[in-house]
Design a protein around this ligand. Structure first.
Ligand SMILES: [Zn+2]
Length: 323
């Protein structure tokens, strides 16, 4: 298993021809101030759960079979739901664990952002474990520009690039595979943008072949990320948790103004690893749960002063002792 996965990761690296990528700070994670467990958070922009169900996604299916899953996650909470149902507020909630009245992002201008008070979850990880190694790989530039600035290693495919999001996703996946295999990461965020792009072009719907194909293409990238983790010599002891979710669904060719549209506000959540629950997640789940799940797995106690809105759904009860 390990050997074959190592071979796959090697093939993936050779395929992408990735060289000399680490022009930003490298990680130098060392004991004792690092977590004993690790997390990979994957965000796929604009995925409807009914389309995920129709697409052929063996990698995601494998994670669901080995972990916890729901197709009833909400991108807006009951307490606050004034922000637009678009990417800026969505990824802000996804990465900070609070609703928009706190993180301050109501649209894609990012005006009003308050990440100093409600930061990306890597910041909380580094406060507890200063030598933890973190990496962010995104091809929607505002996430890199505004939200994940605390990451040790940041890779972004700029909006000015002429490459399609399909091409950018492929390059980012290769860079993330290299990071996962060659460095010593504890928390990694990888964002894929092509599904949303196809949804806006051809329609967000489980009957749209190109929309399903985009999900399937991302699933191949996820397979390479899983292979990269499994090729790490100590991956069993490292105890990785993989979380996958999205920022919104869609109806027709849009998702703006979707506050009362189930196909837009209802998404999915995968929480998969040795310490995840198994099977359907029964309790209500929200996009703000993602960073709380990650921090809980990483052994970072959630402090009340942070005012996080999420909770650690999908994580086995015995690991939720700080809630
Ligand atoms: Zn989006």
């Amino acid at each position: 298993m390990v050997n074959s996965n190592a071979r796959i990761a090697g093939i993936v690296l050779a395929f992408w021809g990735v060289t000399d990528l680490w022009n930003q700070t490298e990680c130098h994670g060392s004991e004792p101030s690092v977590p004993t467990r690790r997390v990979l958070v994957i965000g796929i922009d604009g995925v409807r759960p009914d389309a995920l169900q129709n697409a052929n996604t063996p990698a995601i299916d494998h994670l669901i079979a080995a972990g916890a899953f729901t197709k009833n996650t909400k991108i807006l909470g009951n307490r606050y739901r004034e922000n637009e149902t678009i990417s800026g507020p969505g990824w802000s909630s996804f990465l900070t664990g609070v609703w928009a009245d706190k993180h301050g992002v109501h649209d894609n201008t990012f005006r009003g952002r308050n990440y100093d008070a409600y930061p990306h979850f890597f910041v909380y990880l580094k406060r507890k474990f200063p030598n933890a190694c973190t990496g962010s790989f995104v091809d929607w530039e505002p996430i890199d520009t505004y939200i994940v600035r605390a990451a040790d290693v940041r890779k972004v495919r700029p909006a000015s690039s002429k490459d399609s999001l399909e091409q950018k996703d492929k390059m980012l996946a290769g860079e993330a595979v290299q990071f996962l295999t060659q460095q010593n990461p504890h928390a990694v965020f990888v964002y894929f943008g092509q599904v949303d792009e196809v949804g806006h072009r051809d329609g967000f719907h489980p009957s749209v072949p190109s929309y399903l194909q985009a999900i399937q293409t991302v699933d191949v990238h996820i397979a390479s990320l899983i292979g990269a983790i499994q090729s790490r010599p100590d991956h069993v002891q490292e105890n990785w948790l993989i979380i996958i979710s999205t920022d919104h669904g869609g109806r027709g060719r849009k998702h703006r103004g979707g506050h009362d549209v189930p196909e837009i506000v209802t998404t999915f959540l995968v929480v998969s690893g040795k310490d995840s629950m198994k099977g359907e997640i029964e309790e209500p789940s929200y996009i703000v749960d993602v960073p709380v799940i990650a921090l809980t797995h990483l052994g970072v106690p959630i402090e009340g002063a942070w005012q996080l809105d999420g909770k650690a759904v999908g994580v086995r009860q015995e690991f939720r002792n700080n809630q």
